[in-house]
Write a protein that binds this ligand. Structure first.
Ligand SMILES: Cc1cc2nc3c(=O)[nH]c(=O)nc-3n(C[C@H](O)[C@H](O)[C@H](O)COP(=O)(O)O)c2cc1C
Length: 356
């Protein structure tokens, strides 16, 4: 591997990324009733582009108005003011020579019904997360198992949000299939115990993801990227391995590989950690079954970890270091000694305090 891979361009579809380091998607909960993030939260994304990031992800935006939302203050891209607010951010990110990618999701059983207009919690199966909702300190409600109407409604929510994202000019759209939210709940046999065509085998559990991908794809012009984020960890019931073993993971990646997507983003706690009892990390296990561009995230915090991550992936994403160190990209270029930021330090993301 070339030593300078990190600062070499990379092509995804018709888009040339100027380097291989990007801002990972990070939820901020800063919006008011307009579901538009605070100005300083949007400015933060632009600043990271101006400071050299090759690609910049938005926070995860919620899709339909019925049951998608899991946290207060989350953003949407449905109304004209919402679309216009993002349009201006996208243009500034692009003017800085970076690529703007929006992440879209539905929280499923991690939703907070009271903050959703329809006050519902829906999921593949009626299985609640075991832990309490950290924001309410009380148990998550038992979700309703989704009907076919619910499935169609949620898919339409993705489609309508994608239309907003396209109008706002985003270079890429990512379907959030990671971290135990709705799509991830379908992928896992733990939270998906359906006996219809959406449950059972890996191929059946993948069906909902496939229907979302295909529905949104029809609404994405050829000059935009479609990405999919996936993980083997979830923010609830952390001890559960979402995929039973290496075979299940690779079968799912293989199914993704057959879909009309342009890249796969794999989210981990630590990209180096061997997975599924093998001596290989998640990027290596993923790479074995797909040639699609691969993004990797999880404890990439200095030049050494970024270079190591790029041995098995094409693009390195960083969450906490991008959040807390405005000079992160330049520091990587200089090979500076850098620290690992704690999750506690990252909680600043959810305060009114402006970020550096
Ligand atoms: C404040 C915060 C918010 C996050 N929100 C999201 C999100 O909206 N969508 C997502 O896919 N991951 C989210 N993540 C996970 C990050 O994208 C990333 O995978 C994680 O922080 C690990 O990378 P790191 O070790 O570089 O921080 C969030 C992380 C943090 C710290």
């Amino acid at each position: 591997m070339s030593k300078d891979k990190l600062f070499q361009p990379f092509q995804i579809k018709n888009h040339t990324l100027k380097n291989r380091i990007g801002v990972a998607p990070m939820t901020r909960m800063s919006g008011d009733e307009t579901s538009i993030p605070r100005k300083d939260v949007l400015d933060f994304l632009v600043r990271r582009a101006e400071n050299g990031a090759g690609l910049v992800y938005t926070e995860a935006l919620v899709t339909d108005y019925e049951s998608a939302q899991g946290y207060p203050g989350q953003a949407r891209i449905a109304t004209q003011p919402q679309i216009d607010a993002w349009k201006s951010v996208v243009r500034k990110i692009q003017d800085a020579g970076s690529k703007a990618i929006i992440q879209l999701f539905h929280c499923g059983r991690m939703a907070w019904p009271e903050i959703n207009p329809a006050k519902r919690s829906i999921a593949p199966s009626a299985i609640a997360p075991k832990q309490d909702n950290p924001l309410t300190q009380s148990p998550y409600p038992l979700p309703e198992a989704m009907s076919q109407f619910d499935i169609n409604h949620v898919i339409n929510g993705f489609v309508q949000s994608v239309k907003g994202a396209v109008e706002a000019g985003f270079d890429g759209i990512e379907i959030h299939g990671a971290h135990g939210y709705l799509i991830s709940q379908f992928l896992s046999s733990y939270s998906n115990q359906r006996t219809d065509g959406y449950g059972g085998s890996v191929a059946n559990r993948f069906r909902f993801a496939r229907e979302v991908i295909r529905a949104v794809k029809e609404n994405i012009p050829d000059d935009r990227m479609l990405l999919f984020r996936i993980s083997n960890w979830a923010i609830a019931d952390m001890e559960v391995s979402l995929f039973a073993d290496r075979e299940e993971w690779q079968e799912c990646i293989h199914l993704l590989d057959e879909e009309p997507i342009d890249a796969i983003s794999v989210s981990t706690y630590n990209f180096k950690t061997p997975a599924f009892g093998t001596d290989k990390n998640m990027a290596q296990l993923t790479r074995e079954v797909t040639k699609l561009p691969l993004l990797i995230c999880g404890k990439i915090f200095d030049r050494q970890t970024a270079d190591a991550a790029l041995e098995d992936a094409d693009i390195a994403l960083s969450g906490k270091s991008m959040l807390l160190n405005p000079d992160f990209v330049e520091d990587l270029r200089l090979g500076k000694e850098l620290k690992v930021y704690s999750s506690e330090a990252a909680n600043i993301a959810y305060t009114q305090e402006p970020l550096p």
